[in-house]
Design a protein around this ligand. Structure first.
Ligand code: ADP
Length: 489
């Protein structure tokens, strides 16, 4: 099969969140299974020079955006069996940020979506499937159907649209979007592109794609309800026959405590001695008291409301009354930066907070911590809890979305479980479960070991999910009439 992924980010080139991990990890897995897989993303100035140096110039052409005519270059790089195309326009992507600050996001990603479709015949790639991701690519399925459907090159292409986070929808003024993409008034009705008086890129993807997926089975159910639906629940209920949840995986080679070159000592499920060394090294690196017996609770996260940090805010004093240490790595809202900066001063030697993007430190924290706290308000899939499971750092999570699908709370009766969880979005429920985890950590280390074993031996690879995507793609292709049977001799 010929598959084109389109995404606004992809590791190792550019990452702000889980989307980049997913596209970056899934595409080589699908390629390794014998498919022709290509990825298209913007050529941001943030992409490291080492990759830019490996790119070759494929083609360039011009794109009409309303009254503007813009340069579009396509640069190409091959890696791990995948061809990556980078859409080059310095005005749109040569900026010091990836998202958000210029007030012209509709134009930047409208340009990108148009560029993807226009580039395909020019680079000579006619995909069977375009797999578009999140709102930045939402106009691709819509433009394909509205403006390109009559061209034979395009009319056999099927589209999959994946929701990685329904909260971010790409909402803009209708006239602004019309101005850029030249879509007629007739399409801005509430069954198509209009949404509460605005144009909505996410809705465009949801209405016009052939199939919709999201990144965990539980989130696929949740977003059909008003609480989680972000005003799209009605549409998603209407399209539920074409909606499914496919759980993300992680790169199990990158996140492997037995071989990870970034951590202080290696360890395996059968020999956890190295984890003690990782903890000691982490305490030293972050200026924490060197205590093997004090459990480290870690948070590695975007510092946003989504991640349930207001619950931590509410009970941080009670958490710190326990004999624990707290490590936070994240960037985001000032109120949480203030909270954890305050905590670092208040609990000197027991709390360490770092406000930066530091993937290497993240590895050291996953390896050195004992408990990983992730009390999200909603969580489409979540990768961090899977990474922490793999490092034997037991997660304490709220039962929502992908957290529900990957973490099973310890059940004292049956012995089942690989972590701890709570259901209500309530700070004291979270506190209770943190205390419950601490009880087993201190009082029943043999139970802790069993949970760690189960956590570390779980399958978090892409192999199962990649098969699910392939079977979804296969079902979308036009069915060929069965070849007539040879007459029997
Ligand atoms: P989301 O996509 O909602 O941000 P996920 O859990 O799906 O959350 O993915 C987050 C990824 O980003 C994980 O791999 C996590 O380790 C990483 N991450 C988050 N914040 C940081 C940070 N400040 N430094 C390094 N890695 C981070």
């Amino acid at each position: 099969m010929k598959i084109l992924f389109t995404s606004s980010e992809c590791v190792p080139f550019c990452k702000t969140g889980g989307l980049a991990d997913v596209v970056g990890a899934l595409s080589p897995v699908l390629a390794a299974k014998g498919n022709d897989v290509r990825v298209m993303m913007p050529l941001y100035s943030a992409i490291p020079q080492e990759y830019v140096n490996q790119m070759t110039h494929e083609i360039d052409f011009e794109i009409d955006l309303g009254w503007r005519r813009q340069y579009c270059g396509i640069e190409k790089l091959e890696m791990n069996g995948v061809i990556y195309y980078f859409v080059d326009n310095k005005y749109y992507f040569g900026r010091s940020y990836i998202y958000g600050m210029g007030g012209d996001e509709h134009e930047r990603f409208g340009f990108f979506d148009r560029a993807v479709l226009n580039a395909l015949p020019l680079v000579g790639f006619q995909p069977d499937i375009i797999h578009a991701n999140d709102w930045q690519c939402g106009m691709i399925p819509a433009l394909l159907r509205i403006q390109y459907g009559h061209v034979s090159f395009y009319n056999s292409i099927r589209t999959v649209f994946t929701i990685h986070n329904l909260q971010y929808q790409g909402i803009f003024g209708i006239q602004d979007v019309q101005d850029i993409l030249g879509i007629g008034d007739g399409y801005f009705t509430d069954d198509k592109l209009e949404c509460f008086g605005c144009a909505n890129f996410m809705k465009a993807g949801l209405v016009y794609s052939d199939e919709i997926t999201t990144v965990s089975p539980s989130y696929a159910e949740e977003i059909q309800t008003a609480y989680y639906g972000e005003r799209m629940d009605g549409l998603l209920r209407a399209r539920r026959a074409s909606l499914c949840g496919v759980l993300n995986g992680i790169d199990v080679e990158e996140y492997d405590p037995a071989h990870d070159p970034l951590i202080a000592a290696h360890y395996t499920v059968d020999d956890l001695e190295g984890k003690k060394e990782c903890k000691r090294a982490l305490q030293e690196e972050l200026g924490l008291e060197r205590r093997a017996d004090a459990p480290i609770i870690a948070i590695i996260s975007r510092l946003s409301n989504q991640k349930g940090l207001d619950l931590v805010d509410r009970v941080i004093a009670e958490i710190m009354e326990e004999d624990v240490q707290l490590v936070v790595l994240g960037m985001g809202d000032a109120k949480y930066v203030n909270l954890f900066s305050w905590a670092e001063q208040q609990y000197n030697g027991r709390v360490a907070a770092r406000f930066k993007m530091d993937p290497e430190l993240a590895h050291r924290i996953y390896a050195g911590a004992d408990i990983f706290l992730m009390p999200s308000q909603f969580e489409p899939c979540g990768l961090s809890q899977m990474i922490s499971l793999r490092y034997g750092t037991l997660p304490v999570v709220r039962e929502t979305g992908g957290l529900r699908d990957t973490v099973l709370s310890y059940n004292e009766t049956t012995g089942a479980g690989n972590g701890f969880s709570f259901f209500n979005y309530n700070a004291h429920d979270m506190l209770y479960v943190i205390r419950r985890a601490l009880f087993f950590y201190h009082q029943q280390p043999e139970v802790w070991r069993v949970l760690q074993r189960r956590a570390m031996t779980g399958d978090y690879s892409w192999s199962h999910s990649a098969e699910m995507y392939l079977s979804l793609y296969r079902d979308m292709l036009p069915k060929h009439p069965k070849a007539e049977k040879e007459p029997q001799a």
